[in-house]
Ligand binder design. Structure first.
Ligand code: SAH
Length: 345
């Protein structure tokens, strides 16, 4: 087992069988060994810095019907909202004052946010805060649309592939969505010049160890700048309401494996990790993650962007809770960085 971990550390890719063996047999002691290696690699590239991103959830309207997601279009219990131009600019202003230098605009696939509307928002944020990065996370769009948004000033794009196995993909999504198109979007984003983020849920319904290995191998092929993974958490108004949540320890092991596979990548300790476990985000950082994305949405909409049950949005999880987050991280030897936090080549 330790030789496999050492090989990953030397940047050797493991075979399918080796990954399966590692994931199925790693002991607690060996996991500790892995976490420490991953942490050391993260520290050697990014020191003990944790980059922060202000997450602005612009809309929970969505035309898609992903079986796992609380804001899927057929969830009639979702209380829908959409931020106005002024709401978004106000969130950026609050975030800027707090020290954020990256704004992440995330939302469901809401046709209100046309290229025209988004370009206006992006241009305005960039003219007010030229030194800030803009990250978008608005789902699948055409090549032309991604290009327009990039030309307006967007720097980064987050689009998790969700699962790299076709059969598994079809168990998580309705027929009109395909893994093929999702992957095509990711390669288009890279070609255009975005810093690209992808990733998957850990423990989503029907996921096998083999599926996870396929996720790791797909990520190797894509070679993204950012990788977001978090445990699946069930939502009471979805077809997956009775499925169990993903495992926190497996998520941490995967964060470490990803850190060894992609030493320079930007890996968030996700909200889902913090939701399932009190100190989940700290554990994520100690496993090699180096990014945290506090919630910067207007307070009155935060409980409406409910991707899964009990999603955290207050305390150290919120933009106003930055001091608390800073203290929590200090205790484990890390400092919040207020730099833009771009990918280091
Ligand atoms: N519409 C955008 C943003 C989706 S929300 C897009 O398509 O990319 C961001 C991420 O939340 C998703 O990519 C998914 O991986 C995650 N997510 C959604 N529902 C979840 C759940 N029930 N548990 C854990 N993560 C979930």
């Amino acid at each position: 087992m330790r030789d496999l971990i050492d090989n990953l550390e030397k940047n050797k890719i493991l075979s399918n069988e080796e990954f399966i063996f590692l994931l199925n047999n790693i002991s607690d002691q060996e996991a500790k060994y892995l976490f420490e290696k991953a942490r050391n690699i993260a520290n050697s590239v990014y020191e003990n810095k944790v980059y922060i991103r202000g997450l602005i959830e612009v809309s929970n309207y969505c035309k898609n019907d992903c079986y796992y997601c609380g804001i899927r279009c057929s969830n009639k219990n979702a209380n829908r909202y959409r931020l106005s131009f002024d709401d978004i600019m106000k969130s950026c202003s609050i975030g800027y004052e707090l020290g954020f230098r990256t704004f992440v605009l995330q939302g469901g696939e809401d046709s209100f946010f046309s290229d025209e509307v988004l370009c206006k928002i992006i241009t305005c944020i960039k003219s007010k805060y030229p030194e800030c990065a803009i990250t978008l996370s608005l789902g699948e769009r055409s090549y032309e649309s991604y290009l327009n948004l990039y030309n307006a000033g967007a720097d980064r794009y987050l689009l998790r592939h969700e699962t790299a196995n076709n059969n598994h993909y079809s168990k998580l999504h309705p027929k009109n969505l395909s893994l093929e198109n999702r992957k095509k979007c990711l390669f288009n984003l890279k070609e255009i010049g975005y810093q690209v983020g992808s990733g998957f849920m850990v423990g989503s319904p029907f996921q096998t160890t083999q599926n996870i290995v396929e996720d790791l191998l797909f990520l190797k092929e894509l070679s993204p700048h950012m990788i977001g993974i978090g445990p699946f958490i069930s939502h009471k108004d979805t077809p997956f309401k009775n499925y169990s949540n993903g495992n926190v320890n497996l998520t941490l092991i995967l964060i470490s494996i990803l850190r060894l596979m992609f030493p320079n990548s930007l890996i968030p300790a996700t909200t889902a990790l913090g939701t399932l476990c009190d100190n989940g985000r700290e554990l994520g950082i100690l496993s090699g993650a180096n990014v945290i994305m506090p919630n910067l949405s207007p307070k009155d909409v935060r409980n409406k962007y409910m991707l899964y049950d009990n999603k955290l949005a207050t305390g150290a999880e919120s933009a106003e809770g930055l001091d608390k987050l800073r203290n929590n991280l200090k205790k484990i030897g890390y400092d919040i960085s207020i730099e833009r936090g771009d990918y280091k080549e």
